[in-house]
Design a protein around this ligand. Structure first.
Ligand SMILES: [Cu+2]
Length: 416
């Protein structure tokens, strides 16, 4: 435990130094329809204002102008007993993308090696089109900064990280993990890293949760003040994610789709189909509520002790499938996209271009892109007009997905 606390303390950083040199970031959204993907963002999202929170280890380091490194944190579970599992997570912050995971490794047991699950994972865009057709905001592309968090934001179990503090590291009880007739029950825990993007009138909470059972949760929460003069107009919040899954390292992963099929005329029979994503080539697939569509990333040849390929599933509980029909919105026409990992390709709006060559997504370094959209039809709960001034706040609306192990374990996690 002391080791964990020490590493947490070590996360305080040099971000403030960089911020001093860089000045205040833009806080205004551009006029509707002026988005230019890739034009206003930092290359790789890493070498810009105040994003790094790794500490200088020596005076010499502090003076060096090396690009900021990612921070690293380790969480061991259970937090109040002998270690059973652990996560090691590298992450950084950047204007625009906010909080970005740069790598995540899981330990299935005290004697097990660190096993890589994630490479770079981020909220690639937050597309917000209003029902009347305008405005249509691409909120990541405007380079918004993260808000400074307070102990009140962090709550009783959270620790603020960095200087200024823009990230919170929090251990949460996640309720009952399993119940059975012989062993009773077990409660689960998760280590959550979260930040809050200061998107003009809006605030976007970006959360990554690393559970004791190997599951990773991705969430974006929309809150803040409804858009001035359009406080009561419906709109969408398209949380658009880029996830470089690196099972056992970057190089030998394949993308699959799993579907449940049950048709009239086949009596009570149902089947589950596992097939390569988009015939094994870069492209897109759609989420079908009748098929419970699930995208999986499998290791091309590593199997668990039971001979099953090691995999992780994208589980996407959702309000619906968003489709938008303005110019340059083709990326919203599908729910899942898979590309080869090319590190400069980080802009969701450019997906149709990224998949053009239809390269193989078998036994390679694959990236899964997915949409988790929320429909925001303003409610009285969002606020009220008082003497021509809108007051109040929109309570958080969460969207997101889970990345859940499949045949990664040989047995039930955390079972006696
Ligand atoms: Cu909204």
């Amino acid at each position: 435990m002391n080791k964990i606390r020490f590493s947490t303390l070590c996360l305080v950083g040099t971000g403030w130094l960089l911020a001093l040199f860089a000045g205040a970031p833009a806080q205004q959204r551009p006029p509707a329809g002026k988005s230019q993907p890739g034009k206003s963002q930092p290359a790789e999202g890493l070498s810009q204002v105040g994003e790094a929170v790794s500490p200088p280890r020596t005076t010499k380091d502090a003076k060096a102008k090396a690009p900021p490194a990612a921070s690293e944190t380790i969480a061991q579970f259970p937090t109040k007993d002998a270690m059973r599992t652990a996560w090691k997570v590298r992450w950084t912050t950047a204007n625009g993308f906010g909080l970005v995971v740069q790598g995540a490794w899981f330990k299935k047991g005290p004697a097990e090696p660190w096993f890589q699950i994630l490479g770079d994972a981020r909220l690639s865009e937050m597309f917000v089109p209003y029902h009347s057709g305008s405005p249509r905001f691409w909120d990541v592309s405007y380079n918004f900064s993260l808000i400074h968090l307070t102990p009140r934001d962090a709550g009783p179990f959270g620790h603020l990280v960095g200087t200024p503090p823009v990230v919170c590291r929090e251990i949460r009880d996640r309720g009952i993990a399993w119940v059975d007739g012989t062993e009773g029950s077990r409660r689960g825990e998760t280590m959550v890293l979260w930040s809050c993007l200061n998107a003009a009138n809006y605030r976007y909470l970006i959360e990554y949760g690393f559970q004791d059972d190997g599951t990773i949760t991705f969430r974006v929460g929309s809150t803040g003040r409804n858009y001035g003069s359009r406080e009561f107009e419906g709109h969408m919040h398209n949380g658009l994610w880029r996830v470089d899954v690196n099972l056992g390292g970057p190089d030998h992963n394949s993308a699959y789709v799993m579907e449940h099929l049950e048709r009239p005329g086949e009596a009570a029979a149902a089947t589950t189909v596992h097939r390569p994503f988009h015939r094994g080539r870069e492209g897109h697939e759609d989420w079908d509520p009748l098929k419970f569509t699930m995208v999986s990333v499998r290791h091309a040849f590593m199997k668990n002790a039971r001979g099953q390929p090691i995999a992780y599933d994208f589980v996407t509980p959702r309000m619906g499938n968003a489709r938008h029909f303005g110019s340059d919105e083709e990326c919203t026409q599908h729910d899942f996209w898979v590309t080869r990992n090319r590190k400069d390709e980080i802009y969701y709006q450019k997906l149709p271009e990224y998949v053009k060559n239809r390269e193989s997504i078998k036994n390679s370094d694959v990236v899964v892109w997915l949409s988790t959209a929320g429909h925001h039809e303003p409610r009285s709960e969002d606020g009220e007009m008082k003497k021509d001034t809108f007051t109040g706040v929109t309570p958080v609306m969460w969207c997101g997905f889970d990345l859940k192990p499949r045949d990664f374990w040989d047995r039930s996690p955390l079972y006696p």
